[in-house]
Every structure is written in C-alpha cells, then in structure tokens.
Ligand binder design. Structure first.
Ligand code: NAD
Ligand code: DAU
Length: 363
C-alpha cells in the first residue's frame, strides 16, 4: 500500500488528482492536507471512489510539527505537492500570501520531509518520492516566433505568482542537489475541467455566458495559453511521480494554443448549442473588452517532447472534447456552483476585480 500525502487536495487540480489516484491505483492510501483557503472546497471530494482510502486533514503546509507528525505517524512514502496560492490576478493585488504559502510553505514541507526521510531515515530513500507540481509561468512570456518552453528554457517569471512558484521550484531542486532528496518537478500549462474555481477564465466565461452577463476580455484578447484538460494533467503527474527520473523536470502541455478571444468564442458556440436562448444567442455578442492585467504575459507554449519521449505521455483530450465535457460538468453541477458562489469572499473578489477593470482596454 503506497502512503501518499497530497497537499492542496481540496483545490481544483489536487481534488481531481485524488479522484484520479483512487481510481487508478487500488493500493494507494491518500492523506489529503489542505488549509481550506477560499480556493479549497470539501465538496470537490464528495463521491470519492473507495473513500476509505482517503483521509482529509485540515492544516497548513507551513505547520512544521503537523506535517512532520503526519509523515512519521503514517509512514508517508510519496508527497504530491499541489498546495499553493494559484491566481495571478490575486498575486498582483496581494503578493504576500503567495510568498508565504508558495515559498515559505514549500520550504517548510521540504524541511519536514528532510527531517523524516533524510535525517531519521524512516524509510529508505530509494522507496520515497517528493513530487512538486509547478507551472509554465516560471519561464515568462514568449514572442510570436519564439520556440515553446523546454525544460532548459531559463526562468524569467513576470508576476508575483510566477516568481513565488519559481522560487519553490529552485528550493525543491536544491533539496535534491544538497540533501539527496528524491524529487521530480512538473511545469504545466493552463488547466481546465471539473471543480475549477470560478475566478479563472474558463469558468468565468461559462457562468457569465449562461447568465447573459458581459464576457470580460483582458486587453485585446490576443494572449495565448496552452490549454490542458485536468485529467490529462493528473495522468502525467502520476506517471512522472512513479516512473520519472529522480532529480528531473518534465514540462506538460496540451498542444493546443488558441488566443483568449478564440477560446471565449468556442465556449459561446458550445453553450449556444447546449442551451439555446433566443435572447442571448449568439452569446459572442456579450464579449466585452476590459482593462488589461498589469504585466500580462502574451504567449505560453509547451514543448512536451521530453515527457513524450521518456514516459510516453501525450494529452488524450482535445480542446473541443475537453471544453464540451467541462461545460457539461458546470451545467450538471449547479449545486456545487451555488455553494461556491454564495460565499462572501467570492462575491467581493468578483466585484472588486471587475469593477476596477470596467474601463477601455487602452487605459
Ligand atoms: P487552487 O487554487 O484551485 O487550489 C489550491 C489548494 O491549495 C486549495 O485547496 C487551498 O485550500 C490549498 N492551500 C492553499 N494554501 C495552503 C496552505 N498554506 N496549506 C495547505 N493548503 C493550502 O489551485 P490549482 O489550480 O488546483 O493549482 C494546484 C497547483 O498546480 C498549484 O501549485 C499551481 O501552481 C499548479 N498549477 C496550476 C495550473 C492551473 O492551470 N490551475 C497549471 C499549472 C500548475
Ligand atoms: O499557465 C499555467 C497557469 O495558468 C497556472 O500556473 C495558474 O495557476 C492558473 O491560474 C493559470 O494562470 P492564467 O493567468 O493563465 O489563468 P487565468 O484563467 O487567470 O487567465 C487565462 C487568460 O485569460 C489570461 O491571459 C488572462 C485572461 N483573462 C482571465 C480572466 C479571469 C481574461 O481575459 N478575462 C478574465 O476574466
């Protein structure tokens, strides 16, 4: 039985990973440590398959004693580290929490793991793995003709979020180099799918388009992201954590790079088909240009050749099929949505973020 500590497993990708792992590996026992910030939601963990192999622990990755005791008492052999502050816009309005969780929190987690695995030698180092989940944003932004991000691309983070993730990547790598901690790192592009908190582009657009509200496009909408369906990301993480080479980084991407405007139009077209509405159709008419994100990265693209070559992973979902599944999920899960949207914190975020952007894109 593998004993897996998942951090941030009540968030978007972490909870999808918990579902994925319980289905995929009947020998995995999961300990899910999550601080339940605004982005954490126990409803993401409802209806888990074989739920007795999952235990939720509310707690902060920055709590050294708690993490150390958990590692020791449960003889954890695998850590999959998702917990983070993850929203770029929030990192611009309040960077401190990003450094606290993404940098200090990750450092603390590494210290606890070093204490138990390296110093106390609770388990042989050949039998343990620390996997760090990171982002393509550490590489900065690409000009139109630049080659896609490879594992060798120099780091050049542009937002406080990206800078804090870059710092955490460096710490993880350094713990391998200095203390021999068996680590792997993945740097992934934009995810979408079930349970994504409705502050990120795709759920914002789906919900507003359903309700006939303006569809906010930052700046000119020509920014490019490399979209990946979340279950594909989970499969890639599992593969790297179990079969990836210790000390190595793997980039993960979706091989699909529409502009923001194109993806918004695709969502509108799918909703026009699934939920026709004489008043709203075509929903494209709701597109509204708003003030841009400061320092907005223009283009991301992933060179996924290393993970394909070494581990045989490529995405299985196309943007068309993944988007359709995602939109259908939001249509089918109105209770989940209502639960998230009734919270005061969510309502004030939406109000503040979009009120201060309600100006022409050039301002
Ligand atoms: P999310 O914001 O949806 O979830 C983050 C989770 O971490 C929440 O459940 C939250 O409660 C928890 N958390 C926050 N601070 C914590 C702390 N101090 N201690 C314990 N738990 C804490 O994030 P997500 O989109 O699921 O991203 C998960 C990870 O994947 C992050 O590390 C992010 O950088 C990375 N990532 C995300 C994407 C994406 O497109 N969303 C892409 C690539 C990488
Ligand atoms: O690239 C991976 C990263 O993708 C992850 O590391 C982050 O955790 C994740 O949040 C995501 O970051 P982005 O900033 O790319 O995602 P977001 O959904 O916030 O924005 C996607 C694009 O859409 C971006 O160019 C900004 C734009 N946007 C976003 C919102 C919320 C809009 O035009 N309008 C909006 O209302």
């Amino acid at each position: 039985m593998r004993k897996v500590l998942v951090t941030g497993g009540a968030g978007f990708i972490g909870s999808n990973f918990v579902h994925y792992l319980l289905n995929k590996d009947s020998h995995a026992q999961i300990f899910n440590l999550d601080a339940l910030t605004y982005a954490g939601n126990l409803a993401n963990l409802a209806g888990l398959p074989d739920a007795q192999r999952h235990q939720f622990i509310e707690g902060d990755i920055a709590d050294f004693d708690k993490v150390k005791e958990l590692l020791r008492q449960q003889a954890i052999d695998t850590v999959i580290h998702f917990a983070a502050e993850s929203h770029v816009d929030r990192s611009i309005s309040g960077p401190t929490a990003f450094v606290q969780t993404n940098v200090n929190g990750t450092l603390n987690l590494l210290e606890a793991v070093r204490h138990v695995w390296v110093n106390e030698k609770l388990l042989p180092l050949e039998a343990v793995r620390f996997h760090h989940v990171s982002t393509d944003e550490v590489y900065g932004t690409l000009a139109p003709d630049d080659p896609a991000f490879a594992e060798t691309t120099p780091y050049s983070p542009n937002s406080p979020y990206a800078a804090s993730k870059a710092a955490s990547d460096h710490l993880v790598r350094a713990y391998h180099h200095t203390y021999g901690l068996p680590i792997t790192i993945t740097n992934c592009s934009n995810n979408y799918g079930p349970y994504q908190f409705p502050e990120k582009l795709i759920p914002v657009i789906v919900l507003n388009a359903l309700e006939g509200k303006p569809l906010p496009i930052y700046g000119d909408g020509q920014q490019i992201r490399d979209w990946l369906y979340v279950e594909d990301h989970c499969a890639a993480i599992h593969l790297v954590a179990t079969q990836g080479q210790v000390g190595e980084t793997y980039n993960i991407g979706g091989n699909t790079q529409p502009t923001n405007l194109e993806i918004v139009k695709q969502i509108c077209a799918i909703l026009d088909e699934l939920r026709p509405d004489a008043q709203l159709t075509p929903r494209e008419q709701l597109i509204t240009y708003v003030k841009d994100r400061p320092g907005h990265d223009r283009r991301y693209a992933i060179d996924g050749r290393k993970i394909a070559r070494e581990l045989g992973w490529t995405p299985s979902e196309s943007l068309a099929t993944g988007l359709r599944k995602t939109i259908q999920w939001y249509l089918d899960n109105s209770e989940w949505l209502a639960g998230v949207r009734q919270k005061q914190e969510y309502q004030s975020w939406v109000k503040n973020n979009y009120q201060q952007r309600a100006a022409s894109p050039s301002e």
